[in-house]
Design a protein around this ligand. Structure first.
Ligand SMILES: [Zn+2]
Length: 235
Protein backbone atom coordinates (compact mmCIF):
# COMPACT_ATOMS: atom_id res chain seq x y z
CA UNK A 1 0.00 0.00 0.00
CA UNK A 2 2.84 2.37 0.84
CA UNK A 3 4.28 1.69 -2.61
CA UNK A 4 0.93 2.46 -4.25
CA UNK A 5 0.81 5.78 -2.42
CA UNK A 6 4.35 6.60 -3.51
CA UNK A 7 3.35 5.89 -7.09
CA UNK A 8 0.28 8.08 -6.79
CA UNK A 9 2.47 10.82 -5.40
CA UNK A 10 4.80 10.48 -8.35
CA UNK A 11 1.81 10.52 -10.69
CA UNK A 12 0.65 13.78 -9.16
CA UNK A 13 4.12 15.28 -9.53
CA UNK A 14 4.39 14.20 -13.15
CA UNK A 15 0.92 15.53 -13.96
CA UNK A 16 1.71 18.87 -12.36
CA UNK A 17 4.96 19.09 -14.25
CA UNK A 18 3.16 18.34 -17.51
CA UNK A 19 0.57 21.04 -16.74
CA UNK A 20 3.31 23.59 -16.02
CA UNK A 21 5.24 22.67 -19.16
CA UNK A 22 2.10 22.88 -21.30
CA UNK A 23 1.23 26.30 -19.88
CA UNK A 24 4.77 27.52 -20.63
CA UNK A 25 4.52 26.07 -24.12
CA UNK A 26 1.16 27.77 -24.73
CA UNK A 27 2.70 31.08 -23.68
CA UNK A 28 5.55 30.61 -26.15
CA UNK A 29 3.12 29.65 -28.92
CA UNK A 30 1.16 32.84 -28.28
CA UNK A 31 4.40 34.86 -28.47
CA UNK A 32 5.27 33.09 -31.71
CA UNK A 33 1.97 33.96 -33.32
CA UNK A 34 2.37 37.56 -32.06
CA UNK A 35 5.72 37.80 -33.87
CA UNK A 36 4.22 36.46 -37.09
CA UNK A 37 1.26 38.84 -36.81
CA UNK A 38 3.65 41.79 -36.52
CA UNK A 39 5.26 40.91 -39.85
CA UNK A 40 1.88 40.27 -41.47
CA UNK A 41 0.62 43.68 -40.32
CA UNK A 42 3.72 45.42 -41.77
CA UNK A 43 3.20 43.60 -45.11
CA UNK A 44 -0.45 44.63 -45.08
CA UNK A 45 0.56 48.30 -44.69
CA UNK A 46 2.94 47.96 -47.64
CA UNK A 47 0.21 46.42 -49.79
CA UNK A 48 -2.12 49.35 -48.98
CA UNK A 49 0.58 51.89 -49.90
CA UNK A 50 1.33 50.02 -53.14
CA UNK A 51 -2.35 50.05 -54.06
CA UNK A 52 -2.50 53.80 -53.35
CA UNK A 53 0.59 54.37 -55.49
CA UNK A 54 -0.84 52.37 -58.40
CA UNK A 55 -4.06 54.39 -58.15
CA UNK A 56 -2.10 57.68 -58.31
CA UNK A 57 -0.03 56.45 -61.27
CA UNK A 58 -3.16 55.54 -63.17
CA UNK A 59 -4.79 58.92 -62.40
CA UNK A 60 -1.59 60.62 -63.55
CA UNK A 61 -1.75 58.64 -66.82
CA UNK A 62 -5.34 59.79 -67.39
CA UNK A 63 -4.40 63.42 -66.74
CA UNK A 64 -1.50 63.16 -69.19
CA UNK A 65 -3.80 61.76 -71.87
CA UNK A 66 -6.32 64.57 -71.34
CA UNK A 67 -3.50 67.10 -71.35
CA UNK A 68 -2.21 65.81 -74.72
CA UNK A 69 -5.74 65.82 -76.18
CA UNK A 70 -6.35 69.43 -75.08
CA UNK A 71 -3.05 70.53 -76.62
CA UNK A 72 -4.04 68.87 -79.88
CA UNK A 73 -7.40 70.67 -79.78
CA UNK A 74 -5.61 74.00 -79.41
CA UNK A 75 -3.31 73.29 -82.37
CA UNK A 76 -6.32 72.22 -84.47
CA UNK A 77 -8.29 75.33 -83.55
CA UNK A 78 -5.31 77.56 -84.34
CA UNK A 79 -4.97 75.90 -87.75
CA UNK A 80 -8.68 76.35 -88.38
CA UNK A 81 -8.46 80.01 -87.51
CA UNK A 82 -6.39 80.69 -90.60
CA UNK A 83 -9.29 79.65 -92.81
CA UNK A 84 -11.98 81.56 -90.98
CA UNK A 85 -13.75 84.23 -92.94
CA UNK A 86 -16.18 85.91 -90.55
CA UNK A 87 -15.40 87.88 -87.45
CA UNK A 88 -18.11 86.01 -85.54
CA UNK A 89 -16.54 82.62 -86.26
CA UNK A 90 -13.14 84.02 -85.40
CA UNK A 91 -14.35 85.13 -81.99
CA UNK A 92 -16.02 81.75 -81.32
CA UNK A 93 -12.85 79.80 -82.07
CA UNK A 94 -10.88 82.30 -80.03
CA UNK A 95 -13.09 81.59 -77.06
CA UNK A 96 -12.61 77.86 -77.58
CA UNK A 97 -8.84 78.29 -77.55
CA UNK A 98 -8.94 80.38 -74.39
CA UNK A 99 -11.10 77.78 -72.65
CA UNK A 100 -8.81 74.98 -73.81
CA UNK A 101 -5.72 76.85 -72.53
CA UNK A 102 -7.38 77.35 -69.18
CA UNK A 103 -8.17 73.63 -69.15
CA UNK A 104 -4.54 72.78 -69.99
CA UNK A 105 -3.25 74.93 -67.17
CA UNK A 106 -5.71 73.33 -64.69
CA UNK A 107 -4.57 69.87 -65.78
CA UNK A 108 -0.93 70.87 -65.38
CA UNK A 109 -1.69 72.03 -61.85
CA UNK A 110 -3.38 68.70 -61.07
CA UNK A 111 -0.47 66.81 -62.63
CA UNK A 112 2.02 68.60 -60.39
CA UNK A 113 -0.05 67.69 -57.34
CA UNK A 114 -0.26 64.08 -58.51
CA UNK A 115 3.49 63.87 -59.06
CA UNK A 116 4.23 65.27 -55.64
CA UNK A 117 1.75 62.80 -54.09
CA UNK A 118 3.46 59.95 -55.95
CA UNK A 119 6.83 61.04 -54.62
CA UNK A 120 5.41 61.23 -51.13
CA UNK A 121 3.92 57.73 -51.28
CA UNK A 122 7.08 56.31 -52.90
CA UNK A 123 9.19 57.69 -50.08
CA UNK A 124 6.83 56.33 -47.46
CA UNK A 125 6.78 52.98 -49.22
CA UNK A 126 10.56 52.72 -49.38
CA UNK A 127 10.81 53.49 -45.66
CA UNK A 128 8.10 50.96 -44.78
CA UNK A 129 9.74 48.30 -46.94
CA UNK A 130 13.08 48.71 -45.27
CA UNK A 131 11.40 48.65 -41.83
CA UNK A 132 9.51 45.54 -42.83
CA UNK A 133 12.66 43.78 -44.11
CA UNK A 134 14.38 44.54 -40.85
CA UNK A 135 11.37 43.33 -38.87
CA UNK A 136 11.09 40.17 -40.97
CA UNK A 137 14.76 39.35 -40.48
CA UNK A 138 14.59 40.04 -36.77
CA UNK A 139 11.33 38.07 -36.49
CA UNK A 140 12.77 35.10 -38.38
CA UNK A 141 15.53 34.84 -35.77
CA UNK A 142 13.06 35.17 -32.91
CA UNK A 143 10.75 32.59 -34.50
CA UNK A 144 13.63 30.10 -34.73
CA UNK A 145 14.56 30.73 -31.09
CA UNK A 146 10.94 30.45 -29.87
CA UNK A 147 10.38 27.31 -31.90
CA UNK A 148 13.51 25.76 -30.38
CA UNK A 149 12.17 26.55 -26.89
CA UNK A 150 8.78 25.07 -27.79
CA UNK A 151 10.47 21.92 -29.13
CA UNK A 152 12.63 21.59 -26.04
CA UNK A 153 9.54 21.79 -23.82
CA UNK A 154 7.80 19.27 -26.04
CA UNK A 155 10.61 16.77 -25.51
CA UNK A 156 10.30 17.33 -21.74
CA UNK A 157 6.55 16.77 -22.01
CA UNK A 158 7.10 13.61 -24.03
CA UNK A 159 9.51 12.30 -21.40
CA UNK A 160 7.00 13.06 -18.63
CA UNK A 161 4.15 11.46 -20.57
CA UNK A 162 6.30 8.35 -20.94
CA UNK A 163 7.10 8.41 -17.24
CA UNK A 164 3.41 8.83 -16.47
CA UNK A 165 2.54 5.81 -18.58
CA UNK A 166 5.04 3.62 -16.81
CA UNK A 167 3.71 4.75 -13.41
CA UNK A 168 0.07 4.20 -14.34
CA UNK A 169 0.91 0.73 -15.70
CA UNK A 170 1.91 -0.29 -12.20
CA UNK A 171 -1.41 0.91 -10.71
CA UNK A 172 -4.91 -0.59 -10.96
CA UNK A 173 -6.83 1.02 -13.83
CA UNK A 174 -9.75 1.90 -11.53
CA UNK A 175 -7.44 3.81 -9.21
CA UNK A 176 -5.87 5.74 -12.09
CA UNK A 177 -9.32 6.73 -13.25
CA UNK A 178 -10.41 7.76 -9.77
CA UNK A 179 -7.20 9.77 -9.45
CA UNK A 180 -7.87 11.54 -12.77
CA UNK A 181 -11.45 12.44 -11.80
CA UNK A 182 -10.38 13.69 -8.38
CA UNK A 183 -7.61 15.72 -9.95
CA UNK A 184 -10.09 17.37 -12.26
CA UNK A 185 -12.52 18.11 -9.44
CA UNK A 186 -9.87 19.28 -7.01
CA UNK A 187 -7.99 21.80 -9.15
CA UNK A 188 -5.09 19.53 -10.05
CA UNK A 189 -4.62 17.91 -6.63
CA UNK A 190 -6.01 14.42 -6.17
CA UNK A 191 -3.75 13.81 -3.21
CA UNK A 192 -3.48 15.62 0.09
CA UNK A 193 -0.91 15.40 2.82
CA UNK A 194 -2.14 14.35 6.24
CA UNK A 195 -0.14 15.82 9.09
CA UNK A 196 -0.76 16.32 12.81
CA UNK A 197 -4.30 15.04 12.43
CA UNK A 198 -5.20 17.49 9.69
CA UNK A 199 -5.78 17.21 5.95
CA UNK A 200 -3.47 19.77 4.33
CA UNK A 201 -5.63 19.77 1.19
CA UNK A 202 -8.61 21.42 2.88
CA UNK A 203 -7.13 22.25 6.32
CA UNK A 204 -9.85 20.29 8.11
CA UNK A 205 -9.25 18.05 11.08
CA UNK A 206 -9.41 14.36 10.26
CA UNK A 207 -11.35 11.91 12.46
CA UNK A 208 -8.75 10.44 14.90
CA UNK A 209 -9.54 6.85 13.94
CA UNK A 210 -9.01 7.61 10.25
CA UNK A 211 -5.78 9.42 11.03
CA UNK A 212 -4.53 6.44 13.07
CA UNK A 213 -5.43 4.08 10.24
CA UNK A 214 -3.12 6.02 7.92
CA UNK A 215 -0.16 4.62 9.88
CA UNK A 216 -1.20 1.08 9.07
CA UNK A 217 -0.97 1.42 5.28
CA UNK A 218 -3.71 -1.19 4.84
CA UNK A 219 -5.91 0.69 2.41
CA UNK A 220 -6.17 3.98 0.54
CA UNK A 221 -7.94 6.50 2.73
CA UNK A 222 -9.65 9.66 1.59
CA UNK A 223 -10.31 12.87 3.44
CA UNK A 224 -14.02 12.91 4.40
CA UNK A 225 -14.15 16.68 3.73
CA UNK A 226 -12.41 17.13 0.36
CA UNK A 227 -12.30 13.48 -0.81
CA UNK A 228 -8.61 13.69 -1.69
CA UNK A 229 -6.54 10.56 -1.17
CA UNK A 230 -4.48 11.06 1.96
CA UNK A 231 -0.73 10.64 2.21
CA UNK A 232 0.74 10.59 5.67
CA UNK A 233 3.70 12.88 6.21
CA UNK A 234 5.08 13.20 9.68
CA UNK A 235 7.02 16.35 8.94
ZN1 LIG B 1 -9.31 17.28 2.92
Amino acid sequence: MKKKLDMLEELQEVDQRIDTLKAAQDGLKAELSGINQGVDAAREEIAILEAGLAQCESEKGELEATHAAELENIVRSETNMKEIKTNKEFQAVGREITAARKQVSDIEEQLLQKISRIEEISGELAAKKSQCDELAENSAQRVVAKQAEIDKIQSDIDADVERRESVTKGLPAGLVKKFAILREQRRGHALAIARDGYCMGCNMQLPPQLYNNLYKYEELLACPHCQRILILKLQ
